[in-house]
Each structure stands twice: as C-alpha cells, then as structure tokens.
Design a protein around this ligand. Structure first.
Ligand code: TXA
Ligand code: MG
Length: 339
C-alpha cells in the first residue's frame, strides 16, 4: 500500500516507544496478556478484523478503549472469551445460544444474551444494558484471552466511525500512539466484522450481518432470523447509518467510472470508463465473495488514499457474505452523520 507523505511524517514524529508492533508468537502473546493484566490496552488480531482490547472486568482499562477510539460511551463493546465455560461465567446461555456457540465458535459470530446477575463485567462494557455481546475468536486473540484468564472487551481497532483495520499497519494509521502495543499476525482472514445475533428477545434477530452468512445460521437452528430494521429500537449505536466511512464519497452499483473517480471492481467483467479511472482495485477478479470480504476494508482504504475525487463501486451480489459486504458499503456511502 502506498502511504501519503503525511502518514510517513507522522511516523517519524511519533515517540519511538509507542506503539510497539510485536509479532504474534508465544512471547508476543504473553507480553500482550501481561499488558492487559496491568490495566493497559493492546491491539490484537482476530480472524475478522483487528480489535482494541482491554480486561473486560477493569473499568479503567475499558475507559482507555473509549478514549483511544473517541468512541461514544453509550456504544457497548463485545466481550471476547476463550470458550463457552468462560462465557457462562457472566452471561446466560439458552439452549438456542448454546447450539449457536457450539456450531460456530470459535468464529465470526457474536451472540447478544442476558447478562448474569453479579457478573464481573464492568458496566462500561455493556453501556449499562442488561444484555452482553459475546464472541469466541479464533487463533491469537483466543490465546491472549486464555493467558489473561479473563474475558476481553474489544471493539474494532479504528477511530470511531472509520473503516475497521485488517492489518497491524491499518491499526497504526488509525489509532497512532493512542495504543501502546499492536500484536501483528498479518492480514485478517475474514476481513469483515462478526455477524451479531440478538438472542435476548422472543426470536433471534440479526443486528449486523458479518463473517458468518445469516443463511448458514438459519440452517443451523432450523428457524428464520429477522433483520433489525434501520430504525429498530434494539439496533445499537454502532449501527449508525454512516459507520465505516472512508474519507471520499462512495457511489454504489456503478455501471461506469466517471472522470476523477477510483474504481472498486468485483468479478471478471470490465466497466465503461475504467481506462480513465484514477485508481482501480478488484475485490475478487474471480467473483468470489469470501475473497472480496477479506479485501474490502484494505482496498477501500487504498482507494481512499489514491487522490481520486470519489470511489465508484461495481454491483456485488447479496447472497452469503455478500450481505455483510453490501451492508458495509451502504454505510460507507451513506450521508455522514457520525464523525
Ligand atoms: O468482528 C468483530 O465483531 C470485531 C472484532 C474485534 O471482534 N469487533 C467489533 O466490535 O466489530 P465493534 O465494537 O466495532 O462492534 C460491536 C457492535 C457495536 O455495533 C455495538 O453497538 C454492538 O456490537 N453491541 C455490543 N454490545 C451489544 C449489546 N449488548 N446489544 C446490542 N448490540 C451490542
Ligand atoms: Mg467497529
């Protein structure tokens, strides 16, 4: 990725001590866990996107997350666990919740379930709600949780309202020295955030499409999952319409590229005006939605820095992971309401 001079300048001016980018080997994992045990924050790789982590039972540590991201405090955080047993320590799992956890964990599925009485999770994490969002990530993040021995609260490791980071470098670009340490495990495999299913009501509701296709979830539980409407009372503040905003205007379902625009392409087909595009990135030349999801945020970010006046996005089918991709693109294209 080509970085503008401004970013390079910021890098050289930043104090050498923060943030430290550490490879996600056993030593790095141990170091991250110790930092979290000391009440600090750290950016960790998960299979979806990089997260900004703190011990979920430590209010001061959790407050550091909100400060580093400039995130509104009414927007609750996901608690990450290393297994169902840890999750049962602070949340109530119905048979349906257990079934979903057993089927999709570890993986990109977050379940919103009732908070248990007397749970040690700090109220800042849940923004005072009587529900809690729980997920078990795969790989490095899970190892850090096991080493810490406590649940980890972690939103995506970007400034509030901006694109989620899928590399350590993107975390650095977004948060700079607001984070003391970034554990680096290379590009995130899934590339879009977890699917969030609210199980706290009568019937399951999808609050956010993500790394597990909703159709897969429906198949696993043998019942339909409703989608939260744009103005549903339960939709969390993180679901603000203009979330995930790049700097440039985004034009969806483009059938041509207009002068000055960059092109975010999908599939093997060409498009009128592409020859004159300011920049081009193809989410998946083969038209594969899994590959497209993995590339989405990094390519949006790349085109955002290309010097174009806007980003034209080719149509992307909505089945499977396409639902999450189109959801993020719709938010990226929405009128800006959050900073
Ligand atoms: O893949 C992911 O989910 C990533 C990685 C780091 O795990 N995390 C992530 O966190 O995307 P964040 O904070 O960017 O998005 C979490 C969403 C927010 O929209 C928040 O409002 C919602 O989950 N949420 C958290 N707790 C909730 C609750 N109790 N009820 C409803 N929504 C909740
Ligand atoms: Mg986020």
């Amino acid at each position: 990725m080509v970085l503008p001079d401004v970013a390079n300048e910021m890098l050289t001016r930043r104090p050498a001590t923060r943030p430290v980018i550490v490879p996600a080997d056993d030593r790095g994992i141990g170091r991250a866990a110790r930092l979290l045990a000391d009440g600090e924050i750290a950016a960790l790789p998960t299979e979806t996107v990089y997260g900004l982590a703190a011990d979920a039972t430590n209010g001061e540590a959790v407050a550091r997350i909100f400060a580093a991201k400039a995130r509104p405090r009414f927007n609750p955080l996901i608690c990450h666990v290393d297994g169902l047993e840890m999750a049962r320590g602070f949340a109530k799992f119905s048979p349906l919740a257990e079934r979903l956890a057993e089927t999709f964990w570890p993986g990109p599925l977050t379940l919103v379930v009732p908070l248990a009485e007397g749970a040690a999770i700090h109220p800042l994490v849940t923004a005072g709600l009587d529900t809690v969002a729980v997920r078990m990530p795969r790989g490095v993040a899970r190892d850090v949780i096991s080493a810490l021995g406590r649940p980890i609260a972690a939103p995506s490791a970007n400034r509030s309202g901006k694109i989620s980071p899928t590399t350590a470098r993107a975390v650095l670009d977004s948060l700079g020295d607001a984070v003391p340490m970034i554990l680096d495990a290379g590009p995130a495999r899934v590339g879009v955030e977890s699917t969030i299913i609210d199980l706290s009501g009568q019937a399951p509701v999808c609050l956010r499409p993500g790394g597990v296709a909703v159709t897969e979830i429906e198949r696993a539980i043998g019942q339909p999952v409703a989608r939260a409407g744009a103005d549903a009372a339960i939709s969390a503040p993180g679901m603000l319409r203009s979330h995930y905003a790049p700097g440039l205007p985004v034009r969806l379902n483009a059938t041509d590229v207009r002068p000055g625009e960059a092109l975010l392409a999908f599939g093997p087909d060409g498009i009128a005006g592409a020859d004159n595009a300011a920049a081009i990135a193809n989410l998946s030349p083969a038209g594969d939605l899994t590959e497209a999801a993995a590339n989405l945020f990094a390519m949006l970010d790349q085109l955002d820095r290309s010097g174009a006046t806007a980003i034209a996005v080719m149509p992307i089918p909505s089945e499977g992971l396409g639902e999450a991709i189109n959801d993020r693109l719709a938010r990226a294209a929405a009128p800006r309401e959050a900073s």
